[in-house]
Ligand binder design. Sequence first.
Ligand SMILES: *[C@@H]1O[C@H](CO)[C@@H](O)[C@H](O)[C@H]1NC(C)=O
Ligand SMILES: *[C@@H]1O[C@H](CO)[C@@H](O)[C@H](O)[C@H]1NC(C)=O
Ligand SMILES: *[C@@H]1O[C@H](CO)[C@@H](O)[C@H](O)[C@H]1NC(C)=O
Ligand SMILES: *[C@@H]1O[C@H](CO)[C@@H](O)[C@H](O)[C@H]1NC(C)=O
Ligand SMILES: *[C@@H]1O[C@H](CO)[C@@H](O)[C@H](O)[C@H]1NC(C)=O
Length: 402
Amino acid sequence: MDIKPILFCVLVCFCVVQPQDPRFTLKQVVILSRHGLRTPLSKYLSEMTPKAWPSWKEKPGYLTAKGKVLEGYMGKFFSAWLSQKGLLPKTCPSEENFYVYANTKQRTLASALAFVGKAFPKCNITIHHSNSDVDPIFNPVIHNSSAIFREIVIEDMQEQLKALSLNASYKDLDMILDFKNSEICKNDHKCNLATDKNKAYVMSGEKPNLNGPLKIANSVVDAFVMQYYEGFPLNNVAWGHLETQEEWQTLMCLSRSYHNIIFNTSLVAKDIAQPLIKFMTNIFLNDSVPKISLLMGHDANMYTVLNSLNFKPYMLENQYELSPVSGKIVFQKWYDNVKKVELLRIHFVYQSYTQLRDCLELSLENPPQFRLLELNECTVDKNGFCLWSDFVEILQRLETDV
Ligand SMILES: *[C@@H]1O[C@H](CO)[C@@H](O)[C@H](O)[C@H]1NC(C)=O
Ligand SMILES: *[C@@H]1O[C@H](CO)[C@@H](O)[C@H](O)[C@H]1NC(C)=O
Ligand SMILES: *[C@@H]1O[C@H](CO)[C@@H](O)[C@H](O)[C@H]1NC(C)=O
Ligand SMILES: *[C@@H]1O[C@H](CO)[C@@H](O)[C@H](O)[C@H]1NC(C)=O
Ligand SMILES: *[C@@H]1O[C@H](CO)[C@@H](O)[C@H](O)[C@H]1NC(C)=O
């Protein structure tokens, strides 16, 4: 008599905490990740302002100690999430379950290590990487060496540069940097960010690049963003000049435009991303292994893959960047047990600026941000699923295209 309610509760509770909708089964996941929080990259920051930059403990371009912690939070979250979805064994995963491939740079290797260190703390997971200095799969360089390609791309970039309207952003940046008193202004006599010329560079074997104020702006804004995430006191983030959302947004237009110009045209993106897409296609089209793959690269990889696969534009809530540090494009292959059909769902999984700056631990109860991403050529239903077979077609078309 007394046992029934208890049993009833046990059953109900079991069903309630069982988050799985039995109709859909997660079969495979490919995670394309940007490395974690790093120190600023540019060697020339000190020439861009007379002001002193706050110093960092780590070398330029290295994952920071906090970046390791933040990426570890992601690792711990993903292992909980993927276990909940039934994709991970209770024991240490084998390479058929979980495969990690990272670019050869310190920040990508260290990020991958931080992820698996917290995802599988007692396991010995190998971080696979190329043995050469530069891994062609992640290296965001132009491959096409024809003159015509170069001409088209440079013309495209110049057109885009002309169409920019960044006066308000440059005005703020000029004020923050006191650019008129910078070494660049004194030595090169380039003192007006809004009117100085940008020049586009496109060379086979190299990253597409710009020279001029937009490049300067991107380096500086990147440094501010990293200062903010790292948790520098606000008077040390852009020397206290970034207080409101509007001020951030105005400055972020600069780095967004920079990335748009160098990575976000179809011709360039497809050329650059081709080796990585090929690598990913091999995983997607191979049912057997591995069930989960983590590919640790750079924002350049994210941008060019997004463009190549023809994603719809998206915004990330509670983020200033379109591809934040430790952010992940998570491709999920699902099986619909009712309709007996394979499905695709894609999320951008990332930490909000607050989760990054305040170093907030993640869990199933306090997850990172999930933003559904959509492909133009794979129509999603109300659950965010589109047909896996449509996705396969996109991948196959890309393989024959380039
Ligand atoms: C971890 O794995 C590597 C390669 O599989 C092996 O060489 C190494 O001995 C292992 N370490 C431990 C502590 O098991
Ligand atoms: C290089 O680009 C040109 C112009 O888009 C294209 O016609 C050609 O097929 C490309 N070559 C290779 C090897 O991809
Ligand atoms: C931007 O500023 C430059 C230089 O001050 C000026 O020549 C140009 O007309 C401005 N553009 C717009 C759209 O206001
Ligand atoms: C699938 O992966 C296995 C193991 O890596 C490999 O032997 C096989 O050739 C792959 N199949 C395809 C179609 O790529
Ligand atoms: C790439 O360009 C498209 C179309 O111009 C734009 O909507 C999208 O936001 C851009 N993507 C990125 C990552 O900047």
